[in-house]
Design a protein around this ligand. Structure first.
Ligand code: 5GP
Length: 131
């Protein structure tokens, strides 16, 4: 069965897309740790990030760098924190999280409750800055 992220990439489940190319899809996390919290996923359905071949993993890092630069322009923050967990959804993904301080990366922090139009505005602002 397709993962929830494959279904998002296929457009079967809606998402707030921020960037896409042939190999990767980036969209806002639905339970964000901060405004602009983005997930980058490979279109190829691979569960564990370190099972990606070297080329794809390197390209995913470069794609994430581009998305992170756009988030940094769109959302006030000190920098973009990078995290990989992958215990919830079995489809490799990199979390890009705008942070002000170390504690902003804590998994025990409450997630934000954003409205649909807030997600839409953030996604649009990030998209506008993707080079
Ligand atoms: P992890 O697998 O890295 O532990 O966490 C999965 C992440 O995916 C979580 O931050 C969760 O909020 C996010 N997530 C799970 N399901 C969906 C979904 O259907 N849409 C979006 N946009 N994010 C999701």
């Amino acid at each position: 069965m397709a993962t929830i992220f494959s279904r998002i990439i296929a457009g079967e489940i809606p998402s707030y897309k921020v960037a896409e190319n042939e190999q990767f899809y980036a969209f806002l996390d639905i339970n964000p740790m901060a405004k602009g919290h983005t997930l980058v996923v490979p279109k190829q359905e691979i569960d564990y990030i370190f099972d990606l071949n070297d080329k794809l993993l390197a390209e995913m890092t470069v794609f994430s760098k581009k998305v992170a630069a756009a988030i940094e322009k769109a959302v006030p923050c000190k920098r973009i924190g990078v995290m990989v967990i992958g215990l919830e959804v079995p489809h490799a993904h990199i979390h890009l999280i705008p942070i002000q301080k170390e504690g902003d990366m804590s998994l025990t922090n409450p997630r934000l409750n954003l409205l649909g139009d807030e997600f839409a505005k953030i996604a649009e602002a990030i998209r506008d800055n993707v080079k």
